[in-house]
Write a protein that binds this ligand. Structure first.
Ligand code: FE
Ligand code: CA
Length: 517
């Protein structure tokens, strides 16, 4: 339990008195000459972060870096109501262990709802930079939720100018990150800023890749500005992986996934309770923002059936016609896994103005050819189009339960797609169940705009489709409306790039669907 900490006590524990504090903490190896102050830019070189806010708690994260770190290291954390830490409301000590990359996952509880807090760490006589975080409103509260959906920050194809702008967004409460935090690839010679190392496979590889991404100052600023709510997609592990199968059908893929999941937890503000065990980690969850919004986060990678009709000798995705791949429509195939499907069916809020489904990819059907033509349409098998029966089960549940204010959030395809969620995507006249915002990438590249434009007519439920710009989507959610702003940068190769708004949309409570604003 947190408790008020006398400020003089904290000051006594820092600086010159650190040895005494470390010794008193009873952790071996910390009073043996390694407690002299370190360079904070090195020790906290990956920044600080917070995440997964509830009305009374939030997870605080950092990871200690250094060549001579003792094992283990006690890490003090503090939460205050002010940036100067004169009103400290919670504090405690966590142990950073080398087995978990000296990561710190602190979990202050007993916080006040809908409140801004500042937090910092202290280890080895050295204080971290200060981060800011916010708790969710109390149940029933009507405070608005201002969030940004973000995804796909491939480091070697661009700079994080989008994060620089996001960190300065006015009044933002929350970042929702929808996957592809790292990319596992080796960089091409033409890279804007090359990845360190080769194709990521081992625990050391994944740790190095996360560390490289997290050295970016604009990404650090976005983490330090607001709490994040996160899900992963494929590139946190391997392109197009499905459950225990990698796209190259490597028999050692289970070891890759175990390493990847461990490094993911080590670097993200998830609680200790979901620390992965044997290559399994629970990232799903439900986050209420008073009565205004319920956010349901799902996992489309860990439990999915493998993609059907892959290219010869490979796993992973393909683009196939309905006629050539009847297996696509097998009714039992699942993207979330049977257990998660059943769980999700129980999570929809009936008392919330909006239900936000935080998932990874485009949910709207997207056919590259005319579905009424002889080949029955042409679909990409890694997204929901590869699992149409599972999508229909989800949509049927939403329709049956009359889920209020459905807004599907996604990423993955590196493009802004704004769509009507339809009861049956094959029948444009079927009921509109909700709205979908599939947001563009922070940096990752996409298909040519002309290709998408050529297929627009086959997908009338899609209201907006732009592949050519990078950025994020800001969503201002009140009990009455969701105001969406598609933010885009002028040039993702330039860290100082300008920001613009590509388009605006609105969703109204009690009126399913999306409309131009
Ligand atoms: Fe991506
Ligand atoms: Ca992806």
């Amino acid at each position: 339990m947190p408790h008020a900490l006398d400020r003089r006590q904290w000051l006594r524990h820092s600086g010159a008195a650190t040895v005494a504090w470390a010794a008193a903490s009873g952790v071996a190896g910390c009073a043996t000459g390694l407690t002299a102050g370190r360079d904070p830019a090195e020790l906290y070189g990956l920044g600080v972060a917070s995440g997964h806010p509830l009305p009374d708690q939030v997870v605080l994260w950092t990871r200690l870096l250094g060549t001579t770190l003792p094992a283990p290291v006690p890490v003090r954390w503090q939460v205050a109501l002010d940036e100067g830490f004169t009103r400290i409301v919670a504090q405690g000590t966590e142990t950073a262990e080398p087995a978990w990359a000296h990561s710190v996952h602190a979990e202050p509880t007993g916080l006040q709802p809908a409140t801004w807090y500042w937090y910092r760490f202290e280890a080895l006589g050295t204080r971290s930079p200060v981060g800011r975080t916010r708790t969710a409103p109390a149940p029933g509260a009507l405070q608005p939720l201002r969030l940004a959906i973000t995804s796909c920050q491939r480091y070697d194809v661009g700079h994080f100018g989008a994060w620089r702008h996001l960190a300065r967004e006015d009044g933002l409460d929350l970042v929702v990150f929808l996957g592809d935090y790292i990319y596992e690839y080796v960089s091409a010679a033409t890279a804007v800023r090359p990845h360190l190392g080769g194709l990521v496979r081992s625990l050391a590889d994944y740790r190095q890749r996360y560390a490289q991404y997290k050295t970016d100052p604009h990404l650090q600023a976005a983490h330090a500005a607001v709490p994040w709510l996160m899900v992963w997609d494929d590139h946190e592990v391997d392109n197009d992986y499905a459950a225990w199968q990698g796209q190259d059908l490597d028999p050692a893929f289970a070891a890759t996934r175990r390493a990847a999941y461990q490094a993911y937890w080590e670097h993200m503000p998830f609680p200790r309770s979901v620390r992965p065990t044997d290559g399994q980690m629970r990232i799903v969850g439900r986050y209420d923002w008073g009565q205004v919004a319920r956010i349901i986060a799902v996992d489309d990678r860990q439990h999915r059936d493998v993609q059907v009709c892959p290219r010869a000798g490979r796993g992973g995705s393909n683009t196939v016609t309905a006629r050539a791949c009847p297996d696509l429509f097998q009714p039992q195939r699942t993207l979330l896994g049977a257990e998660q499907e059943a769980w999700l069916a129980q999570q929809w809020g009936s008392q919330h103005a909006f239900n936000l489904l935080a998932q990874q990819t485009l949910m709207a059907r997207w056919s590259w050819r005319d579905p009424a033509g002889p080949d029955g349409g042409q679909f990409w098998t890694d997204g929901w189009d590869g699992y149409p029966a599972a999508r229909q089960r989800l949509l049927d549940t939403v329709a049956q339960r009359r889920v209020p204010g459905l807004v599907v959030l996604g990423g993955d395809v590196h493009a802004n797609y704004v769509s009507q969620v339809k009861a049956d995507y094959a029948r444009p006249e079927s009921a509109t169940l909700g709205a979908e915002f599939c947001g563009t990438s922070i940096t990752s590249l996409s298909l040519p705009q002309e290709r998408v434009d050529a297929a627009r007519a086959f997908n009338p439920h899609v209201q907006w489709a732009r592949t050519d710009q990078r950025g994020y989507v800001r969503l201002d959610v009140s009990a009455q409306t969701v105001q969406a702003h598609l933010r885009v940068v002028a040039d993702a190769r330039d860290p100082q790039t300008a920001l613009a708004t590509q388009a605006r949309f609105v969703v109204e409570a009690g009126r399913p669907g999306v409309h131009a604003a």
